[in-house]
Design a protein around this ligand. Structure first.
Ligand code: FE2
Length: 260
């Protein structure tokens, strides 16, 4: 099974790039299944049912979220309209959502789990390790792919080490900066952070000048997403359908043409 995972889609720049590129990337890598983290899809924070639908129409099989899952509160009323949207299972406000979905892909049941890390993150109700143990008691699938959304590199690595024998992949998200540490740990594909799909000329997808004004000059600014061409970040995970174990992970990074 070849699984294409695209990192955090940030605002219009990221959305348009992902919508334009899912099918070409799927075909280039021969991917059978596509997971997209859409937690920043709507103006940099949260997602709406409309943007979820556009990602699915473009080829995403599952859309995962993160700490901004409920930033656009209207999504709570639209949960039933978004059957392939995965809310983090251990967010305090996760009543309306779901911590995982299971998809049948050519007879193979793939579970996609979303969890939030504990370190430097807000509104975490349950430690992700405890939450994962509970989910493993419920999930009946051949392969389990975890989107682990968090700030701390060590926490994501520790989680992957701990669950490596029981899940097929742990893909880190949230920092928007891709790490070059993809590897296979005991049959589990792992990358600390897969990176973002959003404006390349930005600070993590946010307008760069505004970020400087806020951080350096302490100006009270609203969040303005950056515009311009996007960087596309993701990874391709290959699993063995007989064993459910990962055999390969390849990092994907496409910068806008002419950029350095
Ligand atoms: Fe996040």
């Amino acid at each position: 099974m070849k699984i294409l995972f695209l990192g955090d889609v940030v605002a219009k720049s990221g959305r348009e790039a992902v919508i334009r590129n899912i099918k070409p990337l799927k075909s280039e890598y021969g991917a059978d299944f596509v997971i997209v983290n859409g937690e920043n899809a709507a103006h940099g924070k949260g997602i709406t049912a409309t943007f979820y639908s556009r990602l699915v129409s473009a080829g995403a099989d599952v859309v995962t979220l993160g700490n901004h899952a409920y930033s656009k509160s209207e999504i709570i009323k639209s949960v039933d309209l978004c059957p392939s949207l995965v809310f983090p299972g251990n967010l305090r406000s996760s009543d309306g959502g779901r911590g995982y979905v299971i998809k049948d892909v050519y007879g193979v049941k793939i579970a996609v789990v979303s969890l939030i890390c504990e370190a430097f993150m807000c509104d975490v109700e349950n430690n992700p390790v405890k939450a994962m143990e509970q989910l493993l008691g419920k999930i009946r699938a051949d392969q389990i792919i975890v989107d682990l959304h968090g700030e701390s590199t060590a926490e994501k690595m520790i989680f992957a080490r701990y669950f490596a024998d029981r899940v097929s992949a742990v893909v880190g998200t949230h920092t928007h900066v891709q790490t070059a540490d993809e590897r296979i740990i005991s049959g589990c594909a792992f990358i600390t952070d897969v990176g973002m799909c959003g404006s390349y000329d930005s600070v993590l997808g946010r307008d760069a000048e505004e970020s400087v004004r806020r951080f350096v000059h302490k100006e009270q600014t609203r969040y303005t997403p950056a515009t311009g061409p996007a960087i596309l970040c993701g990874c391709l995970i290959e699993t063995d359908n007989r064993t459910g174990r990962a055999v390969r992970i390849e990092r994907i990074q496409r910068r806008p043409s002419g950029s350095y």
